[in-house]
Design a protein. Structure first.
Length: 596
């Protein structure tokens, strides 16, 4: 399916509708123009030609954009572009409400820290000691290490459920306890602890839903009212609400979402009762006020959260680069804080400097996060953010051109492929597009899409490896594969299904992570989201063959068939999931939608 494109005339009209004459100063106008015509990939090189916002909105099929720039610790300007509701032709405005997705988490975490500040909560106290409406079920892991609020906010509590899909407008949705128990009408699995708290970082929207209940139980208030009193109201976030579903009086101001394939979201916007994890309705201006609040708190200038707590919020846990509700990107040694968000039909990006009083918030009513990254880069270059720069592209050495090409093992099933294209190197992963591996120094390389450096090394055995340099100094070493050695993903891509199935079975039997149901499900669904439908379907078929009694594998296969437009096979897969688990929520919901 091709993405819908806005006509040039319509795009020009809605761009004009999004202008705000109150910002008439020449310096602001120049900055706005620099941003609108300066979109770049995550990594820029000297001489690269930037894009315009208008052309990138057309490229991604994004109906509407709102962004607010923070400079010198205050809001510099807000601009809106395009349509809040593509089907109705309603322009995006500064007061249009959009779902923040997982950017709800840092706002919720800040509310929790405000309760720590007043002594109502403790970061280190076991949360079961304060939960009244529900308890984290005890098991061998919680008996050894109880889950704390610090665990919940930092994704280190060993809790399950990565994220949530929301509920189609007008359909039943669960309360918080039902979500945590995975009970109907919840469409997500029960939230449980399945690894030792404090032992590893793993993103968990389920953990934030526990925090949501904890805060409400302790304050004896509904979560939306609590957050209004503790964070939204005091920060002047007058156009924000954790109420989900959105009250009827506010619906005329709410944007309508667009899915990754360019289709309109059924019902315009989903309901997210998992409010702390994904349910904040807000504007880019209000989230910019939150960015400024974090910056003020770091300087000891907030009455709500102390500088010590703010610094703790920005202290990474377990080498993850993630603290208490926020990630900490580093641009050439300069520290920032950030979070991204994805709800069905909506994406959000928030980033601020820890030191310079600069930042930006971008919100769009489409699932195309790459556009937000490009806009962030435009703002960073226009305002000269610390650590953000264009790199000098150097010539790749003859030695590297000769020795680097090859296949490198990512894990038990996937490979990274380095190829030569004239005097350049290309790097990609099997079945996915590759991009230029640009030389920036002796054995130092970057890709435009990825700010983490790459390099090569010879091991003690003389074999070459590809090194992927990550956050917190972590380096992933990918050993070079021998000629003729093929991994399962390569077999699958070559159409050799039976050999691929046997290879994946071997990984499963060896308890290799790349053979686990959860891994294969995530890989398959990510491929489907990226519109790599054939490969995604193949991976998900493998998963049903390896785990035929898991309802989730068949449910995901149904979603992949539906993305392909094959309703008959989607229906069969969902029905198979329900034969295994008659109350499996997402399969039931999907079948109801198919029956409409």
């Amino acid at each position: 399916m091709t993405l819908p494109r806005l006509s040039a005339a319509l795009l020009s009209a809605v761009f004009a509708a999004g202008a705000h004459p109150v910002w008439a100063a020449e310096d602001v106008a120049a900055k706005v123009a620099a941003v609108e015509n300066g979109l770049r990939p995550p990594v820029s090189f000297e001489g690269d030609k930037p894009w315009s916002l208008a052309e990138r909105m057309r490229h991604y099929g994004v109906p509407g954009v709102t962004l607010t720039v923070v400079n010198n610790g205050s809001i510099a300007w807000t601009r809106t572009y395009g349509l809040a509701d593509r089907e109705a032709g309603i322009p995006m405005t500064a007061s249009t409400l959009l779902l923040a997705g997982s950017v709800s988490k840092p706002v919720a975490a800040y509310g929790a820290l405000s309760m720590v500040q007043t002594g109502e909560l403790s970061l280190q106290q076991p949360v079961n000691a304060r939960l009244k409406s529900w308890q984290i079920p005890a098991n061998e892991f919680t008996d050894k290490v109880p889950v704390t609020l610090a665990h919940l906010l930092s994704h280190t509590g060993g809790l399950t459920v990565h994220g949530f899909n929301g509920y189609t407008a007008g359909t039943p949705f669960p309360d918080t306890v039902a979500i945590l128990n995975g009970a109907p009408p919840a469409n997500s699995a029960p939230v449980r602890v399945d690894q030792l708290p404090g032992s590893a970082w793993r993103y968990s929207g389920g953990g934030y839903t526990v925090a949501q209940l904890l805060m409400a139980d302790v304050a004896r208030q509904s979560f939306p009212v609590l957050m209004q009193q503790r964070v939204l109201g005091p920060l002047g976030m007058v156009d924000s609400s954790f109420s989900n579903p959105l009250p009827a009086a506010l619906l005329p101001r709410a944007a309508a979402g667009v899915l990754p394939d360019g289709s309109a979201l059924t019902g315009k916007r989903n309901t997210y009762p998992e409010m702390a994890a994904a349910g904040l309705w807000t504007t880019s201006q209000d989230l910019a006020r939150f960015v400024i609040e974090i910056q003020q708190a770091l300087k000891g200038q907030s009455p709500r959260v102390s500088a010590a707590l703010a610094q703790d919020m920005l202290t990474p846990r377990l080498g993850s680069g993630y603290g208490l509700g926020l990630g900490m990107p580093d641009f050439d040694g300069q520290k920032y804080f950030a979070h991204g968000g994805w709800d069905e039909g909506f994406c959000t990006m928030l980033i601020g400097s820890q030191t310079s009083g600069q930042g930006v918030v971008v919100m769009i009513n489409a699932n195309q996060p790459a556009l937000m990254s490009e806009l962030q880069q435009a703002v960073a270059f226009a305002y000269g953010w610390p650590g953000v720069k264009a790199h000098a592209a150097l010539s790749t050495s003859a030695q590297a051109l000769a020795s680097a090409p090859g296949r490198y093992r990512v894990n038990g099933e996937q490979v990274a492929v380095v190829t030569r294209d004239g005097n350049r190197l290309q790097l990609g992963f099997a079945g996915l597009p590759s991009s230029e591996l640009v030389t920036i120094g002796a054995n130092r390389y970057l890709q435009r899409e990825q700010p983490r450096e790459r390099s090569f090394e010879l091991g003690t055995d003389g074999a070459q490896a590809l090194l992927l340099h990550g956050p917190e100094g972590k380096t992933e070493r990918l050993p070079r594969l021998r000629d003729g050695e093929r991994l399962p993903r390569e077999l699958l891509l070559a159409g050799e299904y039976e050999p691929a199935l046997k290879a994946y079975q071997a990984l499963r039997d060896a308890r290799d992570d790349a053979g686990k149901e959860s891994y294969l499900n995530e890989v398959g669904m990510n491929l489907v989201t990226q519109r790599q439908l054939e490969t995604g379907l193949a991976v998900l078929k493998i998963n049903t063959a390896l785990y035929p009694n898991a309802a989730n594998t068949w449910d995901s296969l149904g979603a992949a068939y539906l993305a392909q437009g094959n309703k008959a096979l989607a229906r069969e897969s969902y029905q198979h999931a329900l034969r295994i688990d008659p109350v499996f929520p997402s399969a039931k919901e999907a079948l109801l939608r198919l029956a409409e």
